[in-house]
Design a protein around this ligand. Sequence first.
Ligand code: DGT
Ligand code: MG
Length: 578
Amino acid sequence: MKRWLKYARPYVKYFTLGPLLMIVEVIGEVVMPKFFANIINGGVANQNPGYVITMGLIMVAASLLMMMGGVGGCYYGAKASINFGADVRRDVFAKVQTFGFANIDKFSTGSLVTRLTNDVTQIQNFTNMLLRMCLRTPGMLIGALYMAIRLNARLALVLAVIMPIMILVMTVVMKVSFPKFTRMQTMVDGLNVSVQENLTNIRVVKSFVREDYEEDRFRKANGNLKSAGMDAIGVIILMMPVMTLFMNLASLSVIWFGGRMVLLGSMPLGDLTAFITYITQILMSLMMLSMIFMSASRAVASSKRLSEVLDEHVALSDENASRKDLKVEKGRIEFKHVFFRYYETSEEPVLEDINLTIEPGQTVGIIGSTGCGKTTLVSMIPRLYDVDEGEVLVDGVNVKDYSLTHLRDGVGMVLQKNVLFSGSIEKNLRWGNQHATEEEITAAAKSAQADDFIRNFTDGYQMELGQGGVNVSGGQKQRLCIARALLKKPKILILDDSTSAVDTATEARIRQSFKGELKDSTKIIIAQRISSVRDADTIIVMDDGKVTGMGTHEELLENNEAYQEIYYSQMDREEVRA
Ligand code: DGT
Ligand code: MG
């Protein structure tokens, strides 16, 4: 609760004006029936047209005032809640940005999307409702009760019977519906996961002709949400007729008892009509209250889900970094007895006792069978994951002691599963360096052998890329990603299988350009092809999470069995091709 109050504080003006203006409306609503009774009692019954006109004019003025109050109240209520919602959304998003991969895996992307959109909307709508109703509803309830008792206390006894029954019904309904709303939000999660996974991978879905399966999966998630929604709403729907029944019963008893009073002359007719209006107002405001509580139970469910995100502990942060001002200057890398597993519960570590040293400016190749841990190994350098045991040092300093910004600025990594973003090519390259000049951009593209094909596009560097970079080929995409990393002018450049879709001749030219442009930077190249790494200063051979060999191409060819095996299998292929 305290957390959400903090979000209301900047808008305290709107938060108070909204409910206050609604009070103007409610005062009008409560006095109107009394004015009406006066017209009937004093004007119509006594045949006094002057009185009717005066009272009528007063009522018109009161209505105008009420309207102004109502409109103003709604306006400020909306302003307050929309601002409130936007700020909450901003902070949840900012928190998600700090998440490590492990945190994101825990929530799932779909659920995070639901929380950022649907759940924020729930509490925003509730705030809006609360601002409009929090004074108005109790105000109307108390005001109408007071007026009714003043009009005719004996007749008001009807309420003493009806009200407790209605309150009991409402309490039961709320108790039953609360868990149902929580369940409904979980179903919204499920639906979003299904939609998101399908849409981001629509090409794969289509190429495997999995539309039917996906439709089925969606239908299930949608069906679950539907039944959870029906289940939750069903209780409320049931409540409506029950409440209406009680309201009608109350009106009937009032007319029954009140009518006799009128006939016996102990109550003026106008009072009876006013009384019936008050009874309706009282019962209506009770219903409103129940609606507020209902909406509150939804909002509480959503606010819990948002708190989960805001309170999530982010293990991978640089809060405790001791050398925050340090930047990566040389690019020396050292692994000391590094162990790593993705899940604490996994038995086999993905990296097992890794020890290696890479000197600044060196080019290091990493080769090994698929799944042996190459990507995982290099992920430790820019701290995409933290090691379980041992340490990774850059320039002699533990990576945990750098600020994440400085560390990742110093390490340019072209990921194996890389994506571009919607926007122009130039914008995408600028991810590497916002302030790059046009010459720098062209130079990076030239080094990555991308300049030629970019210029062949009609819009050149201004060509718009689709989401994920769908409208360029696999090899073009890889080269754009390399150019993007080069613009960073990183001290350490990591290419994770980043030229797999590029032909060998172009790849050789890219490697050649590194020798000039990135002479002093440390370069780590993960590859499947021996030809991609054979010129490297050192080649690391990995197998099953361990380093099984290290040396130059010639050395490994002489004494490393695994390396020989890869080499000869690829040689055969080359020869067959030739
Ligand atoms: P590649 O790219 O196919 O040549 O294979 P590597 O050598 O890059 O393998 P790597 O490091 O991606 O995976 C090593 C092992 O770790 C493998 O058994 C799969 C597992 N693994 C990889 N990424 C993740 C992840 O994000 N989460 C979990 N739980 N396991 C992962
Ligand atoms: Mg990999």
